[in-house]
Design a protein around this ligand. Structure first.
Ligand code: PEP
Ligand code: MG
Length: 587
């Protein structure tokens, strides 16, 4: 590796995914393509049309390549979207109109193409037919790519990194993170964000070190700069010196031998020293992650975030496409269960290619999101429910609704589910008639009314990422207030205890599937509060299992009992940290 010649610079952010990465940086800035406008001299007009042809050809080649990669690495259903993109490029009306516009106006071809494609996007977005309306997103995606090629801009895409790279971005949207080149991204750093932003969840599932909230790093780092990403301490070191590299080499050695111990523990059962078995499950976003679920010996999938199937698509996946994805997961994980969460689109996860379904909102986290969206778009909801029900004939499938705020909403969702069951029965389509239905507890009103919800549910799963955000009024992706996002706030601990007690009174088990569950510092507190199971990014299972095997449940209960008497989040955190350190040493 070439020694970095520039001055070393250490910047502090928020540690978001453990591990240490060293490599070259790829700077990714999200932005729309800016199109210059100018007059083309008459003698250059033939060249201008040839330039347009070359850009169309380059775009076609890029999309075909991505399609093949997605098909190979993720799955055929996720690759379908690129067929729609290729069809846009074949559209003779769009291309012919651009050339006519050019011949009439003499303006440069990017200006003409930009104007014509904008007209098409607008026209399609106003069509009554839903399928055609959704084509506007495809045209938008392809148009951006054609414009980049016309302007000679490098494809600013995370899905095709040139080589192993640390990705440094101003922000990474869920749709960016869904398409990120998983084989080449070795670390992730963002200017904004907090520990529970979705980019971080994806980084953890990819098992790459991540640091977020490193303000303005995209302005200070350049493509090709060398850097260390320390996901343990939340530090990024640009252009590290030889001595820093040596120091980090030593740290990495220690961590590696600790990881070997973790993997050894991971082969054993998740049982505490005093003989209590703990259910440790995995969170997944994509079908291909089932390989990790198995590699890390999870006791099933505790949270399948199905919205990732929709995020990068300009159209809603069909019932059949969804069925294939859900069935693939259920088959692969059987005989263990898979909890399929219905769509949690909206909030910070709008459908990128479908802005019409998610109009801009002032306060999206409190807006048109998840079950609210599904109950209003029942056609989309029913397609998903039927797909899940059909998958339940293959493996052990459970359904879970996100963002339930109260009993009525849960009953409405169940009524839609009952309609789907009746339809399938009428057609003789098999499904598991006893499949369990659960609710996520992530809105304070649901936590407060846990006794009412427990009457209608077979299980609860607490989404601490959102529950903490709403309880403490701390935007979970805002780095300015990330220090106030405190999982050990007494309000959080008391709420968890209330939910567990009310659920257990009615024999309803409670698990946690927020990021808190995968943090070995918090896991004993959760288990001590009576939580029955933990679901986390697969890569975190070894750390949590190691701790479970090193602790007594009676000690975890004592920790939780003590935490409930304390008033300071920092003090409670310190007790949890001390509990962890007394049982786990990295050296
Ligand atoms: C949560 O809110 O804790 C959760 C698991 O859901 P998501 O992170 O997908 O919002
Ligand atoms: Mg949530």
């Amino acid at each position: 590796m070439p020694p970095p010649a520039k001055t070393e610079l250490t910047v502090q952010g928020i540690a978001a995914s453990q591990g240490i990465a060293y490599g070259q940086i790829f700077v990714y800035i999200q932005s729309d393509v800016e199109v210059p406008s100018y007059q083309v001299e008459p003698e250059k007009r033939i060249d201008e049309v040839a330039r347009f042809d070359r850009a169309l050809l380059a775009t076609r080649q890029q999309i075909s390549k991505i399609k093949n990669e997605v098909e190979k690495n993720i799955g055929p259903e996720e690759a379908l979207i690129f067929d729609a993109h290729l069809m846009v490029l074949e559209d003779q009306a769009l291309i012919g109109e651009t050339i006519r516009e050019f011949e009439n106006s003499g303006r440069n071809i990017e200006t003409c193409f930009n104007q014509v494609s904008a007209r098409y996007i607008k026209a399609f977005s106003e069509i009554d037919d839903e399928y055609l309306r959704e084509r506007s997103g495809d045209i938008r995606d392809v148009a951006q790519r054609v414009l980049q090629n016309l302007l000679g801009q490098a494809e600013n895409s995370l899905s095709r990194l040139a080589d192993k790279r640390i990705v440094v971005a101003n922000d990474i949207s869920p749709s960016d993170s869904a398409s990120i080149d998983r084989s080449a991204a070795i670390g992730l750093v963002t200017d904004s964000g907090s520990k529970t932003s979705h980019a971080v969840i994806v980084a953890r599932s990819m098992k790459v070190p991540a640091v977020v909230g490193v303000r303005n790093l995209t302005k200070r780092a350049k493509n090709g700069d060398w850097a260390i990403v320390d996901g343990y301490d939340g530090v990024v070191i640009l252009n590290p010196s030889e001595s820093t590299l040596f120091r980090y080499g030593k740290i990495q050695e220690k961590k590696k031998s600790f990881e070997a111990r973790l993997m050894e523990a991971n082969r054993q059962a998740a049982v505490t020293l005093d003989g209590v078995a703990v259910s440790l499950m995995a969170n997944i976003e994509k079908v291909d992650e089932v390989a990790q679920v198995k590699a890390y010996a999870a006791a099933g999938v505790g949270l399948y975030r199905t919205e990732y199937l929709f995020l990068n698509s300009s159209r809603v996946p069909t019932e059949q496409e969804q069925f294939l994805a859900y069935k693939a997961v259920a088959d692969a994980v059987a005989p263990h269960p898979v909890i399929i969460r219905t769509l949690d689109l909206g909030g910070d996860k709008p459908m990128a290619g479908n802005p019409d379904l998610f109009p801009k909102e002032n306060n999206p986290f409190m807006g048109f999101r998840a079950i609210r969206f599904c109950l209003e778009h029942q056609d989309i909801f029913k397609d998903q429910l039927r797909a899940i029900l059909r998958a339940s004939a293959h493996g052990k499938v459970r359904i879970m609704y996100p963002m339930i705020s109260g009993n009525e909403e849960l009953l409405r969702a169940n009524a839609v589910l009952a309609e789907c069951m009746t339809e399938l029965k009428g057609k003789g389509v098999p499904f598991d008639e006893n499949l369990e239905i659960g609710a996520m507890i992530e809105i304070p009103s649901a936590a407060v009314t846990a006794d009412l919800l427990a009457k209608e549910c077979a299980f609860f799963s607490i989404g601490t990422n959102d529950l903490i955000q709403y309880l403490l009024a701390i935007d979970r992706v805002n780095d300015r207030i990330a220090h106030l996002y405190e999982p050990t706030h007494p309000a959080v601990i008391r709420t968890l205890k209330h939910v567990v007690d009310e659920a257990h009174k009615q024999g309803v088990p409670v698990s946690v599937c927020g990021e808190m569950a995968g943090d070995p510092v918090f896991a004993p507190l959760l288990l001590g509060l009576g939580i029955d199971g933990l679901s986390m990014s697969p890569a975190w299972l070894p750390s949590v299992k190691y701790l479970v095997r090193a602790m007594k449940m009676s000690d975890a209960r004592a920790l939780a009992a003590e935490a409930l008497t304390l008033s300071s989040p920092k003090e409670i955190y310190a007790r949890c940290d001390a509990f962890y350190r007394a049982r786990v040493t990295v050296d």
